[in-house]
Design a protein around this ligand. Structure first.
Ligand SMILES: *Cc1c(COP(=O)(O)O)cnc(C)c1O
Length: 386
């Protein structure tokens, strides 16, 4: 059998299992109302939680950044790619997260590979929640450390897995779980880390910009001391609406990453203009407090309406509001019916979520209006009820 025949067989199997993925083509900016495959729709599946991805001032910052620095950064950070724009953004992110330093990475995926690979190696142990983002799991595997996964949020299993050792023990968790929208029990994780001489890393990709009174993320929301979470990772492509990611922590942590994080060292630096755009976005996330307030009023409106309609919502207080459907075929059919009525919500299926837990992952954004949410509820009532 040649390669293409082999692949064709596997693709066919995927299709039969309703797990085949297709891309739709977006012909407009990201936002509440989009044009997808030529159809005008209301979208409920971006991670642009604050509605900053198409903000005129962020666009202007990107344009001005390109005029000043050009387009490509031309080199990695350790050669000549580390511009004044990157440096200023790092300082602002350190200040924002109330930590001594921050380090930019090109993507969140790369940040996670870089950090876990730099910190853990053979004979160390990485402990992860079963529902952690794929990049955190891949990072642990690639680090060659021992990987132990505990059932979602299950602190007693984690405790039974932990052993006091002088090797590195790194506990790693999503802050907000990306497909469920629930929060990690960060205080309990921090306490276990303290008791077992382990270190805690939180990936707050979906919390930063959104949670906490000033958008400083899950740690602000849960009033956690930064010292209890020595490694904080955040992304710039979600609530901040731009692209890129960062790790924030101590002087020693950041210097270690600069020396040893392979996904930091062996790659071209982010375009400086994107760093300028992210700086503007960070500023707007602070000055336009109404974005978070509006977003949370929409979340409450959606949850109230969905409860009245008996829709299978999950226990989430964040903009991620999944409707738990179960089998992949039903989730896919519902997603198609919604699309036919002008509503875009993707069906999330295994292996992104566990088997039998396919869902419609609804996400809300400050770019939505109350009318958008009402239309979503009316359409769900028509489609999901039947
Ligand atoms: C999106 C996401 C990432 C990856 O970030 P990118 O910048 O998109 O590569 C990492 N962790 C979590 C929890 C995420 O949701």
């Amino acid at each position: 059998m040649n390669l293409d025949q082999r692949l064709a067989d596997k693709l066919e199997l995927r299709r039969q299992q309703h797990l085949y993925r297709k891309r739709r083509i977006l012909q407009s900016p990201q936002g509440a109302e989009v044009v997808i495959d030529g159809r005008h729709c209301v979208s409920f599946c971006s991670n642009d939680y604050l509605g900053l991805a198409n903000h005129p001032r962020v666009i202007k910052a990107l344009q001005d950044g390109a005029a000043r620095y050009g387009v490509g950064s031309g080199a990695s950070h350790l050669i000549t790619g580390h511009s004044a724009a990157h440096h200023a953004l790092e300082e602002e992110l350190a200040e924002f997260t109330r930590r001594p330093r921050a380090l930019l990475f090109s993507t969140g995926y790369m940040a996670n590979l870089g950090v876990i690979g730099a910190l853990a190696g053979p004979r160390d142990t990485v402990y992860e929640d079963r529902l952690n983002h794929a990049s955190l799991v891949d990072a642990a595997v690639l680090s060659r450390a021992r990987l132990r996964r505990y059932p979602h949020g299950d602190m007693s299993t984690l405790q039974s897995q932990l052993v006091c050792t002088d090797k590195l023990a790194l506990i790693v968790s999503d802050g907000v779980f990306s497909m469920d929208g629930d929060l990690a029990p960060v205080s309990a994780l921090a306490e276990l880390a303290r008791n077992y001489n382990a270190s805690l890393m939180i990936d707050d990709a979906h919390g930063l910009g959104v949670l906490g009174k000033t958008g400083r993320g899950i740690l602000e929301q849960l009033a956690i001391n930064p010292d209890d979470v020595p490694v904080l990772m955040g992304t710039l492509g979600k609530a901040f609406g731009v692209f890129g990611a960062f790790v924030a922590g101590s002087e020693e942590l950041i210097e270690t990453l600069i020396q040893q994080a392979r996904s930091y060292i062996y790659t071209t630096a982010l375009p400086p203009a994107l760093a300028e755009a992210a700086r503007m976005s960070l500023k707007l996330s602070q000055s336009e407090q109404w974005r978070r307030e509006h977003l949370f009023s929409l979340i409450a409106r959606f949850r109230l309406g969905a409860t009245q309609l008996n829709l299978p919502i999950a226990a989430s207080t964040t903009p991620i509001q999944p409707l738990m459907i179960g089998d992949s075929e039903s989730a896919l059919t519902l997603s198609e019916k919604l699309y036919a009525r002008g509503i875009v919500i993707s069906a999330i299926r295994p292996p992104t979520v566990p088997k039998g837990q396919a869902r419609l992952r609804i996400t809300l954004s400050a770019a939505h209006s109350e009318q958008h949410v009402d239309r979503l509820l009316e359409t769900l009532a028509e489609v999901v009820a039947v």
